[in-house]
Each structure stands twice: as structure tokens, then as C-alpha cells.
Write a protein that binds this ligand. Structure first.
Ligand SMILES: [Zn+2]
Ligand SMILES: [Zn+2]
Length: 161
């Protein structure tokens, strides 16, 4: 690519059953991007599709999160011309997409992922997963005289989430 004329573009298709980039595992990783030779290096644009497994922040069950990763980046060549925080083309002429894909994937993963929007989470008393089963804890532990405070307690729990 680096040898080719400015403006030359190549379409690259990705179709990996699974990719591990440090702490991120993407299963699968598919999609396509275009590599365009520009005066500053290689411009890469496209969209990748994947999913990653993480823990639901409420019930701690494993969740599969779909990810769509938009790439729209210039890889500077030579790499020494890349401003801080930007990526460069390797000395061997190869573009290592891993750090970028990892960074973009992490941006796609919410801080508090949940398995579904109405996940009930775990019981604060016994750890029971309330999505599967109700437990007796709440009714047992709350003094009937405090019952009027329950809406308040519940709203605090909500904020805590
Ligand atoms: Zn959940
Ligand atoms: Zn319980």
C-alpha cells in the first residue's frame, strides 16, 4: 500500500471467529474497511462487528454485548510523524489494528453493562438472583413500621445502581 499512488484504496474484509487483544476478547470479529493511501500515511475507514462477554453490573451474570466498531483513522507514515496518541504504520509497512480496535471496543462497552434493561439484580441480603427467583428477605427484614419508608429506600437503591 505504501508503494502505491496517493488515493489508491483497497478494501479489506475481516472474518475472524474470535480475536483476543490483551484484556478484550471479541467473538467474532467481522466487517470490512477501506485503506486509502494519503500523503500523511494510510487512512482507514470502515465498520467492524463483534460481541464481547462481560458481567452484568446488577446480577453479575455473563452478558454478551454486541459491539459495532467504527474505524475512521489515519495511520501516519512514517510512524515518527504521528502526533501523540495517534497511530503510525509499522516499520515493516504493516498497520497494527489491534490497539485501535481494542481502544474502540472498550469505548463501546458501557461502564455498567446490564443483561437486560429490567434486570432485577441480586438480593442485597442473600445474594439470590432476583431474575430467576424471589426470596423472602425483603418482606422478612423490613419492619412493618418502616414500610412507609420503603419508597424512599427503593429510590435510594435505584440511585446506588
Ligand atoms: Zn443482570
Ligand atoms: Zn434474599
Amino acid at each position: 500500500m505504501l508503494e502505491s499512488d496517493l488515493g489508491t484504496s483497497t478494501e479489506v474484509e475481516l472474518d475472524y471467529p474470535s480475536v483476543e487483544i490483551d484484556d478484550v476478547s471479541l467473538t467474532p470479529l467481522t466487517g470490512s474497511f477501506q485503506t486509502i493511501r494519503s500523503s500523511k500515511g494510510l487512512y482507514i475507514t470502515g465498520e467492524l462487528y463483534s460481541s464481547t462477554e462481560t458481567e452484568c453490573a446488577r446480577c453479575l451474570e455473563n452478558v454478551k454485548l454486541p459491539l459495532s466498531i467504527k474505524i475512521d483513522d489515519l495511520f501516519y507514515y512514517p510512524a515518527s510523524t504521528a502526533p501523540p496518541g495517534e497511530f503510525g504504520v509499522g516499520i515493516d509497512g504493516f498497520v497494527d489494528l489491534n490497539p485501535l480496535v481494542r481502544q474502540l471496543s472498550l469505548l463501546e462497552i458501557p461502564m455498567k453493562p446490564s443483561c437486560r434493561s429490567d434486570c432485577k439484580g441480586l438480593c442485597a441480603h442473600c445474594g439470590n438472583n432476583l431474575n430467576f427467583d424471589n426470596c423472602e428477605c425483603e418482606t422478612d427484614n423490613i419492619d412493618p413500621r418502616l414500610e412507609s419508608l420503603r419508597p424512599l429506600l427503593d429510590s435510594q437503591t435505584e440511585i446506588g445502581n
